[in-house]
Structures are given as structure tokens and as C-alpha cells.
Design a protein around this ligand. Structure first.
Ligand code: PLP
Length: 367
């Protein structure tokens, strides 16, 4: 039997949508953490203008050279320190192929499920180390607790992993580790290969990337363009690391992995960084307003640094099903090891108000 499970994600389950007899556009999706103001209109225009038979027929640039050059200039690193891919999930599997086979992996958990999934495929044993702020219970689920960075570092030092995965900011908890905290963790396992997933970094108020640390030679940083620029359907991400790590990844990558339209969108996005800043600032305000309205309605959303947050509820599966009937999708966090929580990603204010109304109605029906 395959060790890999098809793990749940917050993105739309198209079979579920079909079973409901609706179209994806009929749903309000609070389950997937994408910038609801995107994609940038100028990027859509660029794609419209570029959509010729030739661009569809011609194979894409295997190395995404133009996009890579733009990204390298932006991050102030050499082009050979970057590899573009078909979303960060795809790059994660590529990293697995080269670096995870039968190696001892540490994952700061609860977190995004694909790290453990890739490890399982590569027959790599996994040690779960409690993410600061969380504590694993005997039966495997997590409770928020007093766990501090120092204790997390101790657990890492004791585990002596060969590879460490850190999602920063973390999905689904929405918390972020500061550079000094990361430094403390790194000191506990300096010989390991560190893989930092910064898919949601730009959603924080003051993003501090660890890309400048790639010079350490054992530090890879995954960045996604599907969340902040809302390119989920096109798929686009990249990994930054020392050229000695990136070179072999590039050679092992499946050919023509990143399609021409995604590359073009990525290049156009590099001119839309002001758009990103403005819309994500608006989204942080929307998210704060939504959390405030939920609190006023008697719910207890957890603090967050990004556009999504956890909220404790009595029966997440039942609540999710009830909201689905109202054409709204939220994320049941049971598969994260958080059986008492849902994750909600803020949308535009109108949609957020409809969610608060639906939750309030659900709760009054429950009583
Ligand atoms: C933490 C994290 N990393 C990576 C991904 C995948 O991103 P991409 O769309 O770039 O493959 C997700 C998607 O949900 C995620 O939550």
C-alpha cells in the first residue's frame, strides 16, 4: 500500500462542489488562504493580451529565465540561487526526491500536512516537535499551551534531525517566528538541512524573510506566488537556496515544469508590488474587523499575524457541513491534529459579514 495519503486541503473539493449541484463561483470560500482582492487587474490584462495560439503551442522556458532574473534582483541574490516551479507544493516534492529519502525529519507541528506526506513517500521517519505555543497531547492532538521557543529548541536538539521543516508564518495557526527565535531553533540543529516555508510571509504586517540566510548552505526558503498574488489556478512558486543546493534541484526538476502563462503572470506581478502592499494592508484590516465581529457575537477567534485564524468550535465537521448548505466553506482542522478548531481566512467585508450572520444563525439553531 502507498505510504502517501491524499490529505485534505482548504482548497475547493470539486467533487463536493459537484455533489452540491453548484458552481465554484457560487461559493464563498473562507477555507483557502488566498488574497481575495486578487489577482492584480494589470496581471489579468497582461495575460489577456498575451493569449495567442503561439504562446499556447510553444513549450515554455525550462528555466523561467526572465522571471528568475526579476526575482533574483528583488531578493538581491544570484539567479543561480533560485529555482521557479509549478507552485511551492510541487517544489516541496522535488526537494523530497533529493533530500528526504530515509532521512530523519523534524516537523514543527501542528502545521501544513504536505511535509509529512512527502516524508512518508520517501520512507523518512518524522519526529513532530511542538511549534512554540502548542503542546501535543498523549493521543496526538494539540492544545495551545505554554510551550516556548527554548523548549522547542531543546526538543530539536534531542531529536537530532537531518532535515527540519518550519512553516513561517505557520499554517494553520497564523503565528510567526521572529528572526531571533529562528536563530535559537537553528542553533539546536545546525547540521540539519532547514526548509523554511514562507508561503504566507507577505500577509504579515512587517515581513522579514530568512532568504538572506541561504548563504549558510543548509537553508532553503520556499515562496509561493499563489497566495499573495492570487495565482492559485495558474500555479507558481520558487525556492531560494545556496547554488550548490539549487543546481541539483534544477537538474532533477521535471522538464517544462512551469507553464508560459504562469511565468508571464509572475513577471507581471513583479511590477505589482504596490498593489500587493495595498491590498494586503486592506485585508489585515478586514481580518481584524471580522475577528472583532466574531468576538462580539460570542466566538473566540485566536490571535493571528496573517489573513487566516483558528477558532475553537464544538463540532467542526458539523459546522462545516451546515455552512456548506449555506454556500460557505470553512476549514475543519481535525486533519492538522486540531480536532476542536476551524480555520477561517478573511474575505472581503461583505462576505465576512455574511459569514458572521451564518455562524450566529447556526449557533441559535443549535441551542
Ligand atoms: C504552508 C503552505 N505551503 C505551501 C502551500 C502550497 O502553495 P502553492 O500554491 O504555492 O503550491 C500551501 C497551500 O495551502 C500552504 O498552506
Amino acid at each position: 500500500m502507498s505510504p502517501v495519503r491524499q490529505i485534505p486541503h482548504g482548497t475547493l473539493d470539486y467533487a463536493e462542489v459537484a455533489a452540491l449541484g453548484v458552481r465554484p463561483d457560487d461559493l464563498l470560500v473562507f477555507s483557502s488562504n488566498i488574497n481575495p482582492y486578487g489577482p492584480p487587474p494589470a496581471v489579468v490584462e497582461t495575460l489577456r493580451g498575451a493569449l495567442t495560439p503561439a504562446i499556447i503551442a510553444r513549450y515554455p522556458d525550462r528555466l523561467s529565465l526572465e522571471l528568475r532574473a526579476r526575482l533574483a534582483a528583488y531578493h538581491q541574490i544570484p539567479e543561480t540561487a533560485l529555482l521557479v516551479g509549478n507552485g511551492t507544493a510541487d517544489l516541496l516534492w522535488l526537494i523530497g526526491l533529493l533530500h528526504l529519502q530515509r532521512r530523519h525529519i523534524a516537523v514543527l507541528a501542528p502545521t501544513f500536512g504536505e511535509y509529512e506526506n512527502v516524508a512518508a513517500l520517501m520512507a523518512a521517519p518524522v519526529t513532530r516537535v511542538d511549534y512554540p505555543g502548542w503542546q501535543r497531547q498523549a493521543e496526538g492532538s494539540f492544545l495551545s499551551g505554554e510551550n516556548v521557543v527554548g523548549r522547542c529548541a531543546q526538543a530539536l536538539a534531542a531529536a537530532q534531525p537531518e532535515v527540519v521543516f518550519v512553516c513561517n508564518p505557520n499554517n494553520p495557526t497564523g503565528q510567526v517566528l521572529r528572526p531571533d527565535e529562528l536563530e535559537q531553533l537553528y542553533a539546536a540543529a545546525p547540521a540539519a538541512l532547514w526548509i523554511m516555508d514562507e508561503a504566507y510571509l507577505e500577509f504579515t504586517a512587517q515581513p522579514v524573510s530568512s532568504i538572506p540566510w541561504i548563504g549558510r548552505g543548509n537553508w532553503l526558503v520556499l515562496r509561493s506566488m499563489t497566495k499573495d498574488f492570487a495565482l492559485g489556478g495558474l500555479r507558481l512558486g520558487y525556492v531560494a537556496g545556496a547554488p550548490v543546493l539549487i543546481g541539483p534541484l534544477q537538474q532533477a526538476q521535471s522538464p517544462w515544469n512551469t507553464n508560459s502563462l504562469a511565468q508571464l503572470a509572475g513577471i507581471a506581478c513583479m511590477d505589482q508590488r504596490n498593489w500587493r502592499e495595498t491590498t494586503l494592508a486592506q485585508l489585515r484590516a478586514d481580518c481584524a474587523e471580522l475577528r472583532g465581529e466574531l468576538q462580539a457575537a460570542g466566538f473566540a477567534p485566536l490571535p493571528t499575524t496573517v489573513n487566516y485564524f483558528l477558532m475553537p468550535v464544538a463540532d467542526p465537521a458539523r459546522l462545516r457541513a451546515a455552512l456548506l448548505q449555506r454556500r460557505m466553506v470553512i476549514r475543519d482542522c481535525t486533519s492538522f491534529g486540531l480536532p476542536g478548531y476551524v480555520r477561517i481566512a478573511a474575505q472581503r467585508p461583505d462576505a465576512n459579514r455574511r459569514l458572521v450572520a451564518a455562524l450566529t444563525e447556526y449557533r441559535s439553531e443549535e441551542r
